[in-house]
Design a protein around this ligand. Structure first.
Ligand code: G3H
Ligand code: ZN
Length: 284
């Protein structure tokens, strides 16, 4: 069934489990995410990034409606999340399109403007029943340093700054910089597990790990044990999809019908979802 993200975050935190959130690009991604989560019997978040909406010419509804149908039909609880939203107009379209949560990404703005824009986004979201996630990298200003995005190499979120940011913006979940970075194709990230523990103690809302594809299994489990709740995974699915298509087309270069290679891609993604959902959603 389609359920609100806030319910999934609350029960994951209460059960001391991680909540896997996978990025959807194609319909096959959404189908694989639901199938993998069903195989493991864990709740899951289907998330669509602003970039994935841009890929569809900025049209949100066709893919959002497909995701909502897949969520509604799933045998496990599934929520819809709009990811990395920078465009306020896209945020405004989220509730009517079936999303119960969104990540508002003002990380490119100077810190004061980030706080102001995020607080406005959170106030709007709360008036419209939307749960709002934001991210905080390293706040600039010390020794004239510029702010650092949560995914810049070496960025680390300071626990006291994170607590102040959540108080100033009233966001419902916080993505933090703890050693992961987006779009890694090898699982070589080295998370700062002690910092995750300090952030979990300092910040009163669920913590979110972005760029989780680059994090090895053991560290994903340890991150959840240290207090990370929502685990965002995108690239890992594409590392299953694309080689499956390539392998199929290399072995059968005269292929015309896309269904056999899309089936291979979907099956490969389903196996990845199953594996990562087991790692992330296992009890601490
Ligand atoms: O918001 C999405 C995630 O941060 C995905 O990152 O593609 O590096 O796994 P990833
Ligand atoms: Zn992300």
């Amino acid at each position: 069934p389609l359920v609100p993200t806030s319910d999934l975050l609350a029960s994951a935190a209460a059960d001391r489990r991680g909540l896997p959130a996978f990025n959807v690009i194609t319909l096959e991604h959404a189908e694989a995410i639901a199938a993998g989560a069903e195989a493991v019997g864990t709740p899951v978040v289907l998330q669509l990034s602003q970039n994935a909406v841009a890929y569809r010419g900025g049209r949100l509804l066709p893919i959002a409606r497909a995701c909502a149908e897949i969520a509604a039909a799933a045998r496990v609880p599934v929520s819809l999340h709009l990811d990395h939203v920078e465009d306020f107009d896209l945020l405004r379209a989220a509730p009517a399109a079936g999303f119960s949560s969104a990540m508002f990404d003002a990380s490119a703005l100077p810190h004061d403007e980030n706080v102001k824009a995020t607080a406005e986004a959170a106030a709007w979201a709360h008036r419209h029943g939307l749960h709002l996630e934001a991210e905080l990298g390293r706040v600039g200003g010390k020794d004239g340093e510029p702010p650092l995005s949560a995914h810049a190499p070496g960025a680390r979120t300071d626990p006291a700054e994170a607590a102040r940011y959540v108080a100033d913006t009233a966001v419902d979940a916080l993505a933090v910089a703890v050693g992961s970075s987006h779009a890694m194709t090898s699982r070589t990230a080295d998370l700062d597990l002690a910092l995750i523990g300090e952030l979990a103690a300092a910040v009163p809302v669920p913590l979110v790990l972005h760029g989780s594809s680059g994090v090895p299994d053991g560290q994903l489990a340890a991150a959840v044990a240290a207090g990370m709740v929502k685990i965002n995974i995108g690239t890992a699915l594409n590392l299953a999809y694309t080689p499956a298509v390539r392998e199929h087309l290399t072995a059968r270069p005269d292929t015309t019908d896309p269904r056999p290679y899309l089936t291979a891609a979907r099956d490969a993604m389903t196996r990845t979802v199953e594996h990562l959902a087991r790692v992330v959603a296992a009890a601490r």
